[in-house]
Write a protein that binds this ligand. Structure first.
Ligand code: GLY
Length: 364
């Protein structure tokens, strides 16, 4: 598809969704209509992130105006009962931080730094990990945090205070030693003794079990470790991203797309996860920039994966069909959001297309 064609199709769909949001925070869509979630839920930054990307690509004030108020809405969660956690990176990088980068708005910068301070406060120096979720999960860390580290690296650069980067690097180091296995596969959850810091066990989380390889987690590892390399220039992070990418690419289905868990039994009968593919495309494009010797390999792999997504997962073209990608899987073990459109799948799909068009702006 040429640039004009995809931009025009996606732009029309986004305008339709914006006009018909009615206060929804898009999460997942069955039959073409996005279901809403709470503003403090981890996905709430993705729709505004899409609006900012579209603004960045087109310069149209319409998208800037639509995106403008989201960082304020998300900030308001801090001063009421909320379930904010380590995923504030997913929420504030595609809202406050990109808004600041694109417009220079000082209040957006302040909100981004507020979120970074909150994320830094979740670091447990006993085990060198950022605590993932709330409630009784005091010692749990998860692979998704790898993507949230960019918020800390950004805050370190923005303020000149290296503590943010020290925390991000320490957590990333834990990802290398405790999450990424020698064959490049990745587990979703690791629990630690929150007092002594010792690893207790790997847990399945949204993956099949503690020994499995949840494909979205695999994609978070590729992109998160490639970003960590970009900020630190420490070779071990680049090597980790490449190992995770190798495992991802070697374990795709015949369709060239990932099953929701690469080690799910009876894989050919199990649902795909298009969101894992879209995230991995962005991670592979980041790797292509990071490793000049293998740049062509990763660029080609990204292009092929994107082509397979378009072939097998493109949503109907009607503008009233709100999702961009079909066949996403949110939480298969819980039987939730299976074979649906996912707002984060749509976000990373758009980010991938924008990157391929030369939009070299980094959100994560
Ligand atoms: N951050 C949770 C997920 O990837 O589903």
């Amino acid at each position: 598809m040429g640039k004009q064609e995809w931009m025009c199709g996606i732009r029309k769909k986004m305008e339709y969704l914006q006009e018909h949001l009615d206060g929804r925070v898009p999460w997942y869509a069955e039959n073409g209509r996005y279901i809403s979630c709470r503003e403090d839920f981890w996905v709430s930054g993705f729709w505004p992130g899409m609006l900012w990307i579209m603004y960045g690509m087109t310069g149209l004030e319409y998208f800037k105006d639509a995106a403008w108020q989201w960082d304020m809405r998300l900030e308001a969660c801090f001063v009421r009962d909320n379930n904010l956690h380590h995923d504030v990176g997913f929420q504030f990088l595609p809202t406050a931080v990109i808004k600041y980068k694109l417009t220079g708005d000082e209040q957006a910068r302040r909100r981004g730094l507020l979120a970074a301070g909150f994320l830094a406060g979740r670091f447990n120096p006993a085990g060198n990990f950022i605590r993932a979720w709330n409630q009784d999960k005091t010692g749990w860390a998860i692979i998704d945090s790898a993507m949230n580290l960019s918020l800390l690296f950004w805050a370190a650069e923005e303020t000149g205070d290296p503590r943010f980067a020290h925390i991000a690097r320490a957590h990333a180091q834990t990802v290398l030693t405790e999450f990424i296995r020698p064959d490049g596969s990745v587990c979703h959850v690791v629990s630690f003794d929150p007092f002594g810091g010792k690893k207790i066990e790997a847990l399945g989380g949204q993956g099949y079990d503690g020994n499995s390889a949840w494909s979205r987690g695999q994609a978070w590892a590729i992109y998160g470790m490639a970003n960590t390399w970009r900020y630190t220039k420490e070779r071990s992070f680049l090597e980790a991203a490449e190992k995770a990418a190798g495992y991802f690419l070697e374990n795709l289905e015949k369709s060239g797309l990932p099953c929701w868990d690469f080690r799910a039994p009876d894989r050919e009968r199990e649902p795909l996860d298009s969101s894992a593919a879209a995230i991995a495309v962005c991670g592979l494009l980041e790797l292509a920039e990071a490793d000049s010797a293998k740049g062509n390999f990763y660029r080609e792999a990204a292009g092929k994966l994107l082509g397979n997504l378009e072939l097998h997962c493109a949503a109907p073209k009607e503008i009233s069909w709100e999702g961009l990608l079909l066949h996403g899987t949110g939480h298969r073990p819980a039987g939730e959001q299976v074979d649906v459109s996912l707002i984060y799948g749509d976000y990373f799909y758009l980010e991938a297309l924008a990157r391929l068009e030369g939009w070299d702006f980094k959100i994560f």
